[in-house]
Design a protein around this ligand. Structure first.
Ligand SMILES: [Fe+2]
Length: 183
């Protein structure tokens, strides 16, 4: 059985022993060996949302549920992250800065159930859930995800602006409205 409290304790211990993402990633990789247990432990995803599992200055753990076909615009985190999928899929586009302040696509990675990927502190990514049902992912960040000053990029013009957490939450709610209108 996946025990959320034990998972948090293991991530905290890993973060304390290793300031990089590596030890935390091992904890996440181990948990994802049995994604069905993670699903049971966290509960079947019901709606697009960001659930806070743990939050401290040096570590944030989130349960991120992506709506069907939902895309979040490019953004950075300015701290390392490890993302692991316990149900569904994520497609990540990675972006790099250009001289004019905009960004261009630099790579992509498809992530599926049981897989996890580390993201460096300077990574800029956008995320799509490419499937017709909710995707559930555990996101672990090596800092205070909610406090750090960071950026997002306009999805149409790819220009940089200050990250707006309230806007992100609206995106998740809009995904829920869309799914209610199609079911
Ligand atoms: Fe992100």
């Amino acid at each position: 059985m996946f025990d959320v409290e034990r998972f948090v304790a293991e991530c905290r211990a890993a973060r304390a022993e290793d300031p990089t993402h590596k030890a935390v990633r091992e904890v996440l990789t181990r948990a994802l060996e049995q994604p069905g247990r993670v699903l049971k432990g966290l509960g079947e995803p019901q709606r697009a949302e960001i659930q806070k599992i743990y939050h401290a200055p040096d570590l944030t753990i989130l349960n991120v549920v992506w709506g069907a076909h939902m895309t979040i615009y490019p953004h950075n985190h300015r701290m390392w992250a490890v993302i692991g999928i316990y149900t569904g899929r994520e497609d990540n586009i990675f972006w790099r800065r250009m001289h004019d302040g905009r960004i261009e696509a630099a790579g992509a990675q498809a992530i599926r159930e049981r897989e996890d990927v580390p993201l460096g502190a300077e990574i800029i990514h956008s995320v799509t859930n490419p499937i017709q049902r909710l995707t559930g992912a555990i996101h672990v960040y090596g800092g205070d995800f909610f406090a750090v000053e960071r950026s997002e990029w306009d999805p149409e013009w790819l220009t940089e602006q200050r990250y707006d957490a309230a806007k992100t939450m609206r995106y998740f709610e809009e995904a829920n409205v869309r799914s209610r209108s199609t079911t």
